[in-house]
Design a binder for this molecule. Structure first.
Ligand code: HAM
Length: 434
């Protein structure tokens, strides 16, 4: 059969078998986020395109090459959100959170859209979990956000990941660094790709982020931020590192780490995983002390991070830590002939009303075929409505795990099943995490 329609390139259908992994991951993430005092926010998939131009930056790849933009029927330029921070800050201002004063801590789970070249771990629609803490410039908050990110990765069951850390300075000290970087890039411009030669004049920091071999080779000797930080940024960076050491959170200073978004100030970090290929960043974040003001609010320090759901799942798979089987049905109801077929809908419906997750085949099949189906669905018990037993007012309940079965009077099957421990094949089988 020639398929007329396929999913768009770079997108995925998350089928039931894998949806269980997503639910597991989402549940763990929500649990850690709320333990750290972050509350959920959901912003629209669509925003005015200008929001991202102003925040992520006009000269970034995300905005200039990858954003899905279109004019709506009212002629407004809209964008499918390529990231979650700008919408959260927009919502923070729109709903007057800044007038309440104090620290506001929000988290989200959301799809993002970037028109990138699809490859392993890189999608056009992907999904992020993220947190934003708005309203404090204290280094302790940088450490909280990093601790939050690391706790999530650890508690979903990962161990082979590392934290890369840098300070990208502030509006006071960055111009001098930018100048030094520009001088360095100009001197080696023959080695740079065409994109970077263009980037050089508009946003030389972006060259540090280029994945082209020639550019990477040239930039390994580029000036580093730490030589140009102003005393305040230097003190901030040192305090962050000191607290990370106090908390026993290992990190590696990556002196040329820049992020693909322009709003960062001071702390910038990435979390990379050892089991992934080229797309090894499972998360990233940092401070953005100028963004609230840039979007029309009062000067407000803030920071946050976002992790990639797909890459985190790939990392779990690489470490063999995906949950083995997600919870499906607890009981499967099977029948082989007429008297069974008659009582089947009632037994199934009553089991469900009594709180038992139950399903059946809805077609006459051999018992063997139905037991196979029950197994595929992960059902611990099979209620067999056999003709001979029913004539005696009985049904057979088979424990699939123990390979044992017993006869139970039909009118007692509800009570019998309700009292069974039916969760044996549920998430307890998962051996990772906490
Ligand atoms: P980002 O580094 O662009 O940061 O994205 C964060 C994470 O999202 C990446 O580390 C990666 O795991 C995942 N990700 C991004 N793009 C894709 C893609 N095309 N396919 C698969 N996964 C992807 C941000 O978006 C910032 N808003 C993070 C932040 C929050 N900074 C402060 N607050």
């Amino acid at each position: 059969m020639a398929l007329r329609f396929r999913r768009p390139r770079g997108t995925e259908d998350i089928l039931p078998e894998r949806a269980g992994h997503w639910q597991f991951l989402e549940a763990r993430i929500r649990n850690v986020m709320s333990r750290f005092g972050y509350r959920e926010v959901r912003t629209p998939i669509l925003e005015e395109a200008e929001l991202f131009v102003r925040s992520v930056g006009e000269d970034t790849d995300i905005v200039s090459k990858e954003m899905y933009t279109f004019q709506d029927r009212g002629g407004r330029w809209m964008a499918l959100k390529p990231e979650g921070t700008a919408p959260v800050v927009r919502a923070y201002l729109e709903h007057g959170f800044h007038r309440q004063g104090g620290l506001v801590k929000l988290y989200y789970l959301s799809p993002i859209f970037r028109y990138e070249k699809p490859q392993a771990g890189r999608y056009r629609q992907s999904h992020q979990f993220g947190a934003e803490a708005i309203g404090s410039g204290e280094p302790a908050l940088d450490v909280e956000v990093i601790d939050l990110a690391m706790s999530i990765y650890r508690e979903v069951g990962l161990s082979n990941f590392a934290l890369l850390l840098n300070s990208v300075g502030c509006h006071k000290c960055r111009p001098a660094y930018r100048e030094a970087l520009l001088r360095f890039a100009r001197a080696g411009q023959d080695q740079l790709c065409e994109d970077c030669r263009r980037r050089m004049e508009v946003n030389p920091l972006r060259i540090l982020d280029c994945k082209e071999k020639g550019c990477r080779r040239t930039m390994v000797k580029a000036p580093v931020f730490s030589d140009y930080l102003c005393p305040d940024c230097r003190a901030h960076f040192e305090e962050v590192q000191g607290s990370l050491r106090d908390l026993g959170i290992p990190y590696r200073v990556e002196p040329r780490l820049v992020r693909g978004l322009d709003y960062y100030t001071r702390t910038a970090f990435e979390v990379v995983h050892g089991g992934l290929g080229a797309q090894n960043a499972i998360g990233g974040g940092g401070r953005y002390d100028g963004l609230v003001e840039e979007l029309g609010g009062p000067s407000t320090p803030a920071l946050g991070f976002a992790g990639g759901m797909e890459r985190t799942l790939m990392a779990l798979e690489a470490e063999g830590r995906l949950p083995e089987r997600d919870e499906q049905v607890e009981a499967f109801v099977a029948y082989t002939d007429d008297p069974g077929k008659e009582v089947f809908p009632k037994v199934l419906s009553q089991l469900r009303r009594a709180g038992v997750g139950a399903d059946g085949a809805y077609t006459v099949q051999s018992l063997k075929a139905q037991l196979r189906q029950a197994n595929r669905k992960g059902a611990r018990y099979v209620v067999i409505l056999g003709g001979e037993e029913l004539r005696r007012g009985k049904v057979v309940v088979r424990d699939m795990r123990r390979s044992e079965q017993e006869e139970v009077p039909l009118e007692e099957v509800l009570g019998f099943m309700s009292n069974k421990d039916r969760s044996v094949w549920g998430p307890q089988k998962y051996k990772g995490g906490r």
